[in-house]
Design a protein around this ligand. Structure first.
Ligand code: FES
Length: 149
C-alpha cells in the first residue's frame, strides 16, 4: 500500500513556490523539535495581503509537500487570514498524511507564522492572530494536532 496519496506525491515531486524571495518583507525559519528538520519561508506583503511566498525545506517528502501546499494556500490571502491556517488545514488540503508524518506539517504552519512575525516586527504592525506566538518557542502542543485525518 502506498504511504502517500496522489496529492501529497504531486506536491512532493513538483513542489510549488520553491526558493527564497530576495529582500523579502518577512522571513521565518522553524526547526522541528521532533525530527530536527528545518524550513525557511519568505513572504512579500502588499496592503496587508500576502502577494508571494517561497520556501526552502531541509526535511522529508511530507515537509516538502506541506510547505508547497501551505505557500499556495497563503498567497493572495490577507495576513490575518493566513494566520488562521493551522497544520490541520494543511493536512486537509493534502488529503491527509500518515500519522507518524503529521508533525512535518507543523513545520510549515510554524515557519509561516515566523515569517509573518518578522514582517510585523519590521513594520510595527499588530495582528490578533500572532498574539501569544513566540518564534523561538518549541511547539510542545503538537500532540493535540497529531490526529490522523
Ligand atoms: S521527518 Fe522531519 S520534517 Fe518530516
Amino acid at each position: 500500500m502506498a504511504m502517500y496519496n496522489d496529492k501529497v506525491m504531486d506536491h512532493f515531486m513538483n513542489p510549488r513556490n520553491v526558493g527564497e524571495i530576495e529582500n523579502a518583507d518577512g522571513k521565518g525559519v522553524y526547526g522541528s523539535p521532533v525530527c530536527g528538520d528545518m524550513m525557511k519561508i519568505s513572504i512579500n506583503v502588499e496592503n496587508d495581503v500576502i502577494t508571494d511566498a517561497k520556501f526552502k525545506t531541509f526535511g522529508c517528502g511530507s515537509a516538502i509537500a506541506s510547505s508547497s501546499v501551505a505557500t499556495d494556500m497563503i498567497i493572495g490571502k490577507s495576513v490575518e487570514e493566513a494566520l488562521k491556517i493551522t497544520n490541520k488545514n494543511i493536512l486537509n488540503e493534502l488529503g491527509g498524511l500518515p500519522a507518524i508524518k503529521i508533525h512535518c506539517s507543523v513545520l510549515a504552519d510554524r515557519a509561516i507564522r515566523s515569517a509573518i512575525y518578522d514582517y510585523a516586527q519590521k513594520t510595527g504592525k499588530h495582528y490578533a492572530g500572532l498574539e501569544g506566538f513566540d518564534p523561538n518557542e518549541d511547539d510542545d502542543n503538537e500532540t493535540a494536532d497529531q490526529k490522523q485525518i
